[in-house]
Write a protein that binds this ligand. Structure first.
Ligand code: ADP
Length: 196
């Protein structure tokens, strides 16, 4: 940290967690485009909200319309995309928020960066579906475009996706329904005492 920067103390995390009646945490959904990250995070947000939990979603596509709007899809830009998102998630979790991040985050090194920033708040959730499945779903029409060479650095095609080696949770969306996947995350949180 530069020597002229002197961060101010904020109200302790515990105060915010008591106010909200929950523990802050970050659920980091990674996986190919179309694997189901946003769909599951959205379903989970609704379930948690209905249970009185305060969640904020940080969705890769949404952030690229604002905070990360100046970033592209080179490895350097994707790393910066992950870094900014993780730093924002860190502030939110430190204020008691349950943060749902959905970003492709295709490299182990990117996720390691997020893990390093978020430390114990970080939960890595691999939303798993193979390229062919995602291509058949193609919710944003990107796979069709990529096939015609109209998307640069497309993950799984001309830019690789490194599968997480030891994720905290795997959601295989070729087998699990959206509801069952959200339920699995909920069970995981319960097991950790994060959201009761
Ligand atoms: P991502 O956020 O990973 O890019 P999206 O959530 O935007 O992916 O898109 C996933 C697409 O796959 C949606 O159209 C969704 O309806 C569909 N889908 C089919 N089965 C599943 C499942 N089991 N879990 C999640 N999404 C699924």
């Amino acid at each position: 940290m530069p020597s002229d920067i002197h961060p101010h103390a904020t109200l302790p995390r515990h105060f915010k967690e008591v106010l909200l009646g929950q523990k802050g945490c970050v659920l980091w959904f990674c996986g190919l485009s179309g694997s189901g990250k946003s769909t599951i995070a959205s379903a989970l947000e609704q379930v948690l909200h209905d249970k009185g939990r305060f969640c904020i979603r940080l969705d890769g596509d949404n952030l690229r319309t604002g905070l990360n709007g100046n970033l592209g899809f080179t490895d350097d830009d994707r790393l910066e995309n992950v870094r900014r998102t993780a730093e924002l998630a860190k502030i939110l979790a430190a204020n008691g928020v349950i943060v749902l991040c959905s970003l492709i985050s295709p490299r182990g090194a990117f996720r390691d960066l997020a893990r390093g920033i978020l430390d114990e708040d970080f939960t890595e959730i691999y939303v798993k579906a193979d390229y062919a499945t995602c291509e058949a779903r193609d919710p944003k029409g990107l796979y069709a475009k990529a096939k015609d060479g109209k998307v640069k650095h497309f993950t799984g095609r001309d830019s690789s996706f490194e599968e997480p080696q030891e994720p905290d949770l795997v959601l295989d969306t070729e087998k699990l329904s959206v509801e069952d996947a959200a339920f699995e995350v909920l069970e995981y949180l319960r097991g950790k005492g994060i959201a009761l």
